[in-house]
Design a protein around this ligand. Structure first.
Ligand SMILES: C[S@@+](CC[C@H](N)C(=O)[O-])C[C@H]1O[C@@H](n2cnc3c(N)ncnc32)[C@H](O)[C@@H]1O
Length: 282
């Protein structure tokens, strides 16, 4: 009796494994900020099984090398200032691939649910009757915090973290209640803010932020080209100017950043320190 139950269980497991092997699916997968070591185990496993991978431009080649041999890789990336694929085109490509019934990954930098336009892709798939599954990734703000060795929240100092985009639908700075933002306190993480940084800093200071509030720019976080500038909100636009046309850059602003593990102090940075650095490898 016991062995027949075990045999049934085995048959069922084989059936499940076999049917899963041939079933199609669509996953929106977070690739993290760059370093492939920061992928989740689930992301790595799925990359090894996908037939088609539609990926952003800023994906490390070592991450793409985890795809199975023969997988179709399509760069549907969008880079600010360069020729980009429109979101509607990406949705159309994604739906066309999903309709083939294969295993599809839409691979996105960082976390798909943070400034990744995941909602539009999930809706487009839902409209053709396909449910997207999501695998989270490490978002840039937390990767930068880790690289700095500083916490974005700090007891008694920073009780909130605000994720902001510096890039509105019309390409300019998006509307924001700056006074409410400054009054709320906490740490501000700005994505896609390179072009709008001077305006953004002016708004924050005019809304009452102390111009000496610590601010950090990190370019190409976790990549070999990673560079950091430590400044204040008053000096950041001038000091971070060299970053504006290079790699992706994230800005962090707030009192929680006053002490970081880093060797460069805020006052040194105010004199214009620019530190190219190689991210530590375990
Ligand atoms: C379209 S948003 C995507 C954000 C992504 N979904 C995430 O969770 O990090 C792109 C912006 O993320 C930031 N970013 C992405 N990767 C980065 C990196 N390795 N270093 C610094 N900033 C990065 C930059 O601000 C860039 O303009």
């Amino acid at each position: 009796m016991q062995s027949s139950i075990q045999a049934d269980k085995l048959v069922l497991e084989v059936l499940v494994a076999t049917s899963d092997e041939h079933a199609g699916w669509v996953y929106l997968v977070g690739a993290g900020p760059g370093d492939p070591d920061l992928l989740t185990i689930k992301a790595q496993r799925l990359l090894g099984r996908a037939d088609v991978v539609l990926h952003d431009s800023l994906i490390d080649p070592r991450t793409l090398a985890l795809c199975k041999p023969g997988a179709k890789l399509v760069d549907v990336g969008k880079r600010s200032g360069k020729r980009s694929t429109k979101q509607t085109e990406i949705n159309a490509i994604l739906c066309a691939e999903a309709r083939t019934g294969q295993k599809i990954i839409r691979l996105k930098g960082g976390d798909p649910m943070i400034f990744g336009r995941a909602a539009e892709e999930i809706e487009a798939l839902a409209a053709i009757g396909i449910t997207a599954q999501i695998v989270p990734g490490i978002t840039t703000a937390t990767a930068v915090a880790a690289a700095l060795g500083t916490s974005l929240t700090k007891r008694g100092v920073a009780r909130a973290v605000h994720f902001l985009t510096g890039h509105g639908a019309d390409g300019g700075l998006p509307p924001q209640d700056w006074v409410a933002l400054v009054r709320a306190g906490g740490t501000i993480a700005i994505y896609m803010g390179s072009q709008s940084l001077p305006g953004l800093a002016t708004h924050l200071i005019e809304a009452g932020m102390d111009p000496t509030t610590p601010a950090i720019a990190m370019e190409s976080a976790t990549w070999a080209e990673q560079r950091t500038i430590r400044a204040t909100i008053g000096t950041l636009p001038r000091l971070a100017a060299p970053f504006r046309s290079a790699g992706p850059c994230l800005f962090l602003i707030g009192e929680a950043l006053r002490t970081t593990q880093a060797h460069t102090t805020i006052s040194q940075a105010d004199q214009g320190t620019l530190s190219p650095e190689t991210p530590a490898r375990a």
